[in-house]
Write a protein that binds this ligand. Structure first.
Ligand code: KIV
Ligand code: ZN
Length: 384
């Protein structure tokens, strides 16, 4: 089993969500949670972008000692100098530098050409390596970069001293097989690839960020860049919790991580509250409905055996347990389950009668609460 490095970018790429910027102290609070969760690298910010982001990277470098602290830069000397300064107290500092490599980035954003981009990337990596031991290079928009050219870029920056190579699908464009093939192409065609770790960094514009990251891991990537709750610009980044639980569920994926999965729901809640961004109820793993069952057929199955409709034990990710929600789609088994929990013993005939009443109320109120149940049971004169 290879180690899968979990690179958390909640505090950099995640925090780029409009209106969700965090103060340094708030970032530090989340970073303590991430350290305890077991991530390997925290991307703390983009130090040159603002004085407060510089302060965040400095503060995390001072206080977070068991995790690599990483600062983002463009392939620009000034960015690198500022990031090195912000990272000076870190036990394990990492500079994450890079440049756009796709045709559209080179032509429209950078007004440059392919050879010049390689030269600038190589220069940035060498410049950063003179100042810190660990340099990661990102080939921005690698998802839309021609594989042959990408391989040339990767070979050159590894030669220049980059130990981690990030292959971002910046625009969330790739299909899983395309992204997997891209990683496989680099594994098979870059002569010095054994000197570096390939990293996935997938955006979710087409809802494929997690699938693409997993395809990348299956093809040989050994670092995954992700955020708590999948937060990030536009449709967000790869969700940390999804990748981790996929690896846990599918034992044939030949990697292991060090995430303490019981801390997933608590940190999801902390991040959601601190950035003031609710988690969608049907979000995998951390959504309020991720372990909630409301249809009669499913409820009957789960009450008999949780595994009939759940592939993850909710406690494994820090949730309290499965939820049997009562709605007009629920069945008698669920109603009886709740009745017992409240101390009502219903005979089969009474259950049938109560159920009729229950459906009438449920059609009106959508979601049945405990107070409704007491009313429903009282109406048919059930004794507690
Ligand atoms: O999506 C992206 O390309 C990035 C890079 C800056 C790493 O976030
Ligand atoms: Zn990104």
């Amino acid at each position: 089993m290879d180690k899968l490095f979990i690179f958390d970018t909640t505090l950099r790429d995640g925090e780029q969500v409009p209106g969700c910027q965090l103060k340094s102290e708030e970032k530090l609070e989340i970073a303590f949670g991430l350290e305890s969760l077991g991530v390997d690298i925290i991307e703390a910010g983009f130090p040159v972008s603002s004085p407060e982001d510089f302060r965040s990277v400095s503060l995390l470098s001072e206080h977070i000692k068991n995790v690599t602290i990483c600062g983002l830069t463009r392939a620009v000397e000034e960015d690198i100098d500022v990031a090195v300064d912000a990272l000076k107290s870190a036990v394990n500092p990492r500079i994450h530098t890079g440049i756009g490599t796709s045709e559209s980035h080179i032509k429209f954003k950078l007004n440059s050409n392919q050879d010049e981009i390689i030269r600038r990337g190589v220069h940035a990596v060498k410049y950063a390596r003179n100042k810190v031991a660990e340099v990661e290079f990102y080939a921005e928009d690698a998802g839309r970069t021609d594989n042959e050219y990408l391989a040339r870029v990767v070979e050159a920056v590894i030669d220049a001293g980059a130990a981690i190579i990030n292959i971002p699908d910046t625009t969330g464009y790739c299909l899983p097989d395309q992204y997997g093939e891209k990683i496989a192409y680099l594994v098979n065609n870059v002569p010095n690839i054994d000197k570096a770790i390939l990293s996935t960094h997938c955006h979710n514009d087409l809802g494929l960020a997690t699938a693409n990251s997993v395809a990348g891991i299956l093809a040989g990537a050994r670092q995954v860049e992700c955020t708590i709750n999948g937060i990030g610009e536009r449709a967000g980044n790869t969700s940390l919790e999804e990748v981790v639980m996929i690896v846990n569920q599918h034992k044939h994926i030949p990697v292991k991580h060090e995430i303490d999965t019981k801390q997933i729901i608590p940190i999801s809640k902390t991040v959601s509250e601190m950035i003031n961004m609710p988690v969608q109820p049907n979000k995998a793993i951390v959504g309020a409905n991720a372990f909630a069952h409301s249809s009669g057929i499913h409820q009957d199955g789960v009450i008999k055996n949780r595994e009939t409709y759940e592939i993850i034990d909710p406690e494994e990710v820090g949730a309290k347990g499965s939820k049997i929600i009562l709605t007009a789609r629920s069945g008698k088994a669920a109603l009886n389950f709740h009745a017992k929990k409240l101390g009502y013993e219903l005979s089969p005939q009474t259950l049938k009668a109560v159920y009729k009443n229950f459906l009438e109320v449920a059609d009106q109120v959508k979601c049945i609460e405990e107070s409704h149940l007491h009313d429903i049971f009282q109406n048919v004169k059930i004794l507690a």
